[in-house]
Design a protein around this ligand. Structure first.
Ligand SMILES: [Zn+2]
Length: 294
């Protein structure tokens, strides 16, 4: 079975209606649930409005262990939807949860499992959606697999960026920036304050602290791309031209690489002045925290 192909295939997702939404929503976060009848205690799956045993409508969603036995299966070589072709042959099975209900699921396995085999629930990325699946791997193998299949960008405000995505921000430097930066850091280098002295330096003018300039990159990654929740893991910047006061700067970040399993990007970064000369150029690595649902 081509498990490693599952994340990249393009297939229709489940049809989710209000009645079934709790099942899909919790499975996506790694928790398998079924309904349970509050009157007679029967575990109910597929989701329904009434208990099939006692007709009570007092059904609640409860967590199940995720341990199941394989009741029947099919190894699919010719899928009904062509989007599944890259993943063929794959296994679809009926699994009986230890709590009772049976459900239909993709079975992740290296070899076709035996009827009656013990299976375990795992949320897995199929075609960009995290869906409930079952597997018959060891605990260690399953952990590796879950890491591989995980959508590292789930819950990130602006979603997963694409290679080549780019944004720009503009701002004009001010004397107040120099004061604010000194306030923050204690950097009182005379080249930022003593105009007569600064004129005699190779810069020929008062210059702003490097952090004032590169701070635009913080704004780019935190506000726009990858967006809210982003922090720098690493920056490698070359300062190519000093930036004076009253300079119109344009900062640009561009996505160079994006990881699937973790919300980590490598970016090309650049800040140019109003003459179009690069002042700062380099690379940065970012991590974007999931903020949705916090
Ligand atoms: Zn009942």
């Amino acid at each position: 079975m081509n498990i490693e192909k599952l994340a990249g295939i393009s297939v229709p997702g489940p049809t989710i209606i209000p009645l079934t939404k709790p099942f899909w929503a919790s499975a996506e976060t790694g928790v398998l649930t079924t309904q349970k009848c509050g009157t007679c205690g029967t575990r109910v799956f597929y989701p329904r409005g009434r208990c099939p045993v006692c007709w009570s409508d007092a059904l609640d969603w409860v967590t199940v262990s995720g341990v199941a036995r394989l009741k029947s299966f099919s190894e699919v070589w010719k899928p009904g939807n062509e989007g599944w072709i890259p993943a063929t042959p794959y296994v679809v099975g009926l699994v009986t949860l230890e709590e009772g209900p049976t459900l239909l699921s993709t079975i992740l396995c290296d070899q076709v499992p035996q009827i009656g085999a013990t299976l375990h629930f795992v949320p897995f990325n199929i075609g960009g959606r995290v869906l409930p699946c079952f597997h018959n791997f060891t605990e260690e193998e399953a952990k590796d697999m879950a890491d591989q299949g995980k959508d590292g960008w789930a819950g990130v405000v602006n979603g997963k960026p694409k290679i080549g995505d780019a944004i720009e921000r503009k701002r004009t430097t001010r004397m107040e920036d120099i004061h604010a930066f000194t306030e923050m850091t204690g950097d009182r280098n005379p080249v930022h304050y003593d105009e007569a002295l600064a004129k005699k330096t190779p810069f020929g003018k008062l210059i702003v602290q490097g952090g004032v300039t590169t701070g635009m990159l913080n704004a780019c990654v935190a506000e726009d791309l990858p967006g809210p929740g982003t922090v720098f893991l690493n920056t490698n910047l070359n300062f190519l031209k000093a930036v004076g006061v009253g300079e119109d700067l344009t900062a640009r970040v561009e996505i160079e690489t994006v990881r699937d399993d973790k919300p980590i990007c490598k970016l090309k970064v650049r800040i140019v002045d109003s003459a179009g000369d690069p002042c700062v150029e380099g690379e940065a690595t970012t991590y974007t925290m999931a903020l949705e649902g916090l």
